[in-house]
Design a protein around this ligand. Structure first.
Ligand SMILES: Cc1cc2nc3c(=O)[nH]c(=O)nc-3n(C[C@H](O)[C@H](O)[C@H](O)COP(=O)(O)OP(=O)(O)OC[C@H]3O[C@@H](n4cnc5c(N)ncnc54)[C@H](O)[C@@H]3O)c2cc1C
Length: 396
């Protein structure tokens, strides 16, 4: 049987299938039509428009990988990455809103949930309820397993006590994956993941952070005071929470990479348009070779980051090892986003420094890429560990 050209040659990383292309077009249409007009106001007010949250559900963006039997879109991890990239090109706050739901919350449930948990929670998360992922605390960030939240076993339930900090989607979420230690004497082997509903006794949402960037994305404290969680809401096994967190964050990191390349694209696109219009010395500024070279550098950095993010996502979908590639992709893409947005500000001159134009926001929004889901130093640590462990020899 003769093969099509696509079958004969390996598909380039940036060439999307027809289905992926259609999905990208629909997210782009939503981002440009519904999101774009609201970006500045949401940034100013530090709040997502509830109408947009509803639309994200209606468009199927909140359960991209969730199987159709639970009301999801049954897509691949790569399609979730496309959604985060496209949304972040317009507003990285909405990008991370969708990212956390898909790559952390749904992902953890898909991988670790019992049939009953999947039936109950994945369907709600695909249709109407926002999720959040609560690992960090005031005293434990990079050293996440030093968490101080405790879970006491009490017959048919656990009582959770502690405070979580920096929780994305904290204001909108109704379903939280919360990590607490049920056996502190066993160290990290006591860490356990729980599915906590907003309405559970003893659970409340605390202070909301006033941030430099991704301001419309809510970042809150969570307060657990004798929070009563039924035993059937343990996600995975008691004492296996460390595995749940490592494995979900390994994947989630690729989503942050997608957010970062979205930012970089938004900034580069703005810079290309502006430099084609702005005139100095009787010419548009993009006629100066100095400016052209800067645009070329930006495009090249973006392309490199994008290939790394796409490759990590494709590796994950292919069930191949991807942890090192995901860490490299997040590290590179967060650096690229910050550098490209910074250069875009300079190419706008004074106009880049004011809020009437989009590039100062892209720069503010880029900074978080080097911090959450593992700081850049922690990505370097992961890459170095895998390089020298000899588990997967690195061919140089
Ligand atoms: C806007 C925002 C949203 C967030 N969303 C969430 C969320 O939804 N859920 C959640 O659980 N968490 C969330 N976080 C928390 C985030 O993951 C942590 O802030 C991050 O992991 C860093 O932890 P830290 O802030 O405690 O910094 P620290 O761990 O105190 O790090 C301080 C500095 O020390 C460096 N450092 C620490 N240890 C080492 C080491 N061993 N080697 C070299 N350098 C080291 C770090 O790289 C960093 O530069 C969010 C944070 C922010 C700001």
């Amino acid at each position: 049987m003769s093969q099509t050209i696509e079958q004969q040659t390996a598909r380039p990383l940036t060439t999307l299938s027809e289905e992926e292309e259609m999905f990208r077009a629909s997210v782009r249409e939503f981002a440009m039509g519904e999101l774009r007009p609201r970006v500045e106001e949401m940034d100013e007010q530090g709040k997502l428009d509830p109408a947009l949250v509803r639309q994200c559900f209606e468009l199927g963006l909140m359960g991209i990988e969730t199987p159709e039997e639970y009301g999801g879109a049954g897509g691949s991890f790569f399609t979730a990455i496309i959604a985060v990239e496209e949304l972040s090109r317009v507003d990285p706050s909405v990008g991370v809103f969708v990212d956390v739901q898909n790559t952390l919350v749904n992902n953890a449930l898909l991988r670790w949930g019992t049939d009953e948990q999947k039936r109950r929670y994945l369907s709600q998360l695909a249709s109407s309820r926002v999720g959040a992922y609560a690992l960090s605390e005031a005293g434990s960030g990079s050293d996440a397993f030093a968490l101080a939240t405790r879970a006491l076993e009490r017959g048919d339930h656990f009582l959770l006590n502690g405070r979580k900090l920096w929780i994305t989607n904290g204001n909108e979420a109704e379903i939280f994956i919360v990590f607490a230690n049920a056996k502190p004497e066993e160290g990290y082997r006591g860490i356990t993941a729980f599915i906590v509903e907003k309405g559970f006794e003893g659970f409340s949402v605390g202070k909301k952070e006033n941030k430099l960037g991704i301001r419309a994305s809510s970042t809150t404290e969570l307060i657990l005071e004798d929070c009563r969680v039924p035993k059937e809401n343990v996600l995975g096994e008691v004492g296996k929470g460390y595995k749940v967190s490592i494995e979900t964050l390994n994947e989630g990191r690729i989503g942050i990479g997608a957010q970062m390349i979205g930012i970089a694209r938004g900034a580069l696109q703005s810079a290309l348009a502006y430099t084609a219009e702005r005139e100095q010395f009787g010419k548009t500024v993009n006629e100066f070779q100095g400016v052209q070279f800067q645009l070329a550098e930006m495009a090249t950095e973006l392309e490199a980051a994008r290939l790394m993010v796409y490759n990590a996502a494709r590796l994950k979908d292919a069930h191949l090892p991807f942890v090192k590639e995901a860490a490299m992709a997040k590290l590179t893409s967060s650096r690229a986003a910050e550098a490209i947005a910074s250069r875009a500000i300079e190419l706008y001159g004074g106009y880049g420094f004011v809020k009437d134009y989009p590039v100062e926001k892209f720069w503010r929004d880029s900074k978080i890429g080097a911090i959450y889901e593992g700081t850049s130093n922690m990505q370097l640590q992961t890459i170095a560990k895998l390089l020298i462990s000899g588990k997967r020899p690195f061919v140089v």
